[in-house]
Design a binder for this molecule. Structure first.
Ligand SMILES: [Zn+2]
Ligand SMILES: [Zn+2]
Ligand SMILES: [Zn+2]
Length: 526
């Protein structure tokens, strides 16, 4: 063994994270952003347990929760009891929600129902008559508000509810500013709700304690101060404990774009309790929306005293793109276990192979683009492998791209799918197995897709080689292996199905929401 070889296990986690993060910082600074954002200290809301109790009382929580000081940052959300994997943690009606960017023509801006797809969230075909016809066409139709032409609703009921709760105020403003940024629109909506008395005093009292950024500039909202002053003039809000500028800063930092698997709708939600969950690149919970409600579920088993974490970034990305995203949008350095482990690995590679981490970041993003293009490429697999080898040589002159190093693992799954299409099932099985072994985040839809690719290849291989019915010790091992993967796939796909009960279509979502109105007293008061 090379006496100069550096074993990643011998690097200190703190030192490795620090060194890799300093490269990430330089990379972020090289990006063409308007100005770096500055953060307010994470709100110490845990110090005021009366406020914490009020927040938690207003939740529809299945498990007992508490708000305590966090080792990650400021305040955090903790469980007081055991939560099994895939279980509901809480539901809440956020302080303010708006339809996601680019979704205003397909998603109702009150109940957040979207045109139902062919499949129900449980993966089965939807029942006929539940909003779609035999050709998969939906009778779901949304109509824009005739006055502003901005907000659109799935029904007259939704339009009336929205008008009563906020739209009567925001409509006029949106008529003048139909292209306002979504954060600005969230501010207008929150101020409209306040005008109509749909936000409690307690919520206004808590808002300053929620984590947010400070400063006059942000890459997306060019002038926070000006936007806030303008909104102040338009809405003349009556609260005095917090400035409109601070409200906007809280929205920018805490509004979550929420996607619901199986439904083609994205909603931006600002929920006071969900915003207390800190970030981890290996989170133990996730959020989705069901109509106007935000729901949180566990991804892993949790014990009493565990902090509940969510991911603020794309978990499939490598450590460097994740680090850049966290720095740019949250001004935050992640020191989670996964980042520590990946920092140590990356640093040991850099030292052993003698490469520059910033150069690596550049090649990694080229590789990422290559991987994205590979699925739709007309090139033969061999030509693709040759291009990949060229790309690899710029970083690793004498060896292949390490399997554990992003994005080689997911590239293996792409190759597996390509080989399956070419009926090379043995090669497909090897690639998909490598891809599954390299995947460190073994949960959710992408993991289910990995397992499915592996299972498809194994099944084809077994049929081809008649392994399915030939009896020998070797074929028995493969059959057992196949059954093991199948079991894991079934467990994981059940977990990835976020709904306990399949919903049948857009129409019913509205009914549920309307039936539920008033039953779930929310922080936002609606
Ligand atoms: Zn609706
Ligand atoms: Zn309108
Ligand atoms: Zn991390």
């Amino acid at each position: 063994m090379d006496p100069n070889y550096i074993d990643p296990r011998n690097l200190t986690a703190h030192g490795a994270v620090h060194e890799v993060q300093s490269h990430i910082q330089q990379l972020s600074e090289n990006l063409d952003l308007a100005a770096p954002i500055k953060l307010a200290a994470r709100g110490g809301i845990f110090e005021d347990q009366d406020q914490c109790q009020w927040l938690l009382r207003n939740l529809d929580a299945v498990v007992a929760l508490e708000i305590l000081p966090s080792e990650i940052h400021g305040s955090g959300l903790f469980t007081k009891q055991v939560i099994p994997e895939g279980a509901e943690i809480f539901r809440s009606t956020p302080l303010v929600s708006i339809v996601g960017v680019g979704q205003d023509a397909t998603v109702c801006d009150y109940c957040y129902a979207s045109s139902p797809g062919m499949f129900a969230p449980d993966g089965n075909f939807r029942d006929l008559g539940s909003g779609i016809d035999i050709h998969g066409n939906s009778n779901f139709e949304i109509k824009r508000c005739v006055q502003c032409g901005v907000c659109a609703y799935c029904s007259e009921d939704c339009r009336i509810m929205a008008w009563a709760k906020y739209h009567s105020y925001e409509c006029e403003v949106l008529r003048i500013h139909p292209y306002a940024h979504s954060w600005t629109r969230m501010l207008y909506r929150l101020l409209s709700k306040q005008k109509l008395d749909h936000i409690s005093d307690q919520a206004w009292a808590i808002l300053p304690q929620i984590w947010g950024l400070v400063g006059e500039r942000h890459p997306a909202v060019s002038t926070i101060t000006e936007t806030a002053l303008y909104a102040q003039t338009l809405f003349q809000p009556t609260f005095t404990n917090i400035s409109v500028e601070l409200v906007l800063c809280r929205i920018i930092m805490n509004a979550m774009p929420i996607h619901t698997p199986g439904e083609d709708s994205r909603v931006s939600m600002f929920d006071l309790v969900a915003s207390l969950a800190n970030h981890s690149c290996d989170p133990n919970a996730f959020v989705f929306h069901e109509g106007r409600q935000l729901r949180m579920r566990s991804l892993k088993p949790l014990n009493p005293g565990d902090e509940i974490t969510l991911s603020y970034v794309n978990l499939r990305a490598g450590m460097i793109p994740r680090g850049i995203a966290l720095r740019n949008s949250n001004s935050f350095v992640c020191r989670c276990d996964r980042c520590e482990k990946e920092s140590k690995y990356l640093l040991s590679l850099a030292r052993n192979e003698g490469f520059d981490i910033k150069q690596f970041a550049k090649v990694e993003s080229e590789f990422d683009e290559f991987k994205k293009g590979a699925c739709n490429s007309n090139d033969t697999i061999n030509k693709m492998k040759a291009s990949l080898a060229n790309l690899t040589r710029t970083m690793f002159p004498t060896r292949p791209w390490p399997l554990n190093l992003y994005p080689m693992g997911s590239m293996q799954i792409v190759f597996a799918a390509l080989y399956t299409n070419s009926d090379c099932h043995d090669t497909a099985a090897i690639h998909s197995l490598k891809g599954c072994l390299a995947e460190t985040f073994r949960s959710g839809h992408i993991w289910v897709n990995h397992l499915h690719t592996l299972l498809t290849a194994l099944r084809a291989l077994m049929l081809e080689e008649e392994i399915a019915w030939v009896n020998s010790p070797g074929t028995q091992v493969l059959r057992d292996y196949f059954n093991g993967v199948l079991d894991e796939l079934l467990v994981q796909s059940r977990k990835a199905t976020v709904y306990s009960v399949a919903r049948s279509g857009g129409g019913r979502v509205c009914d549920e929401v309307h039936d539920g109105a008033g039953k779930n007293a929310s922080v936002g008061g609606d």
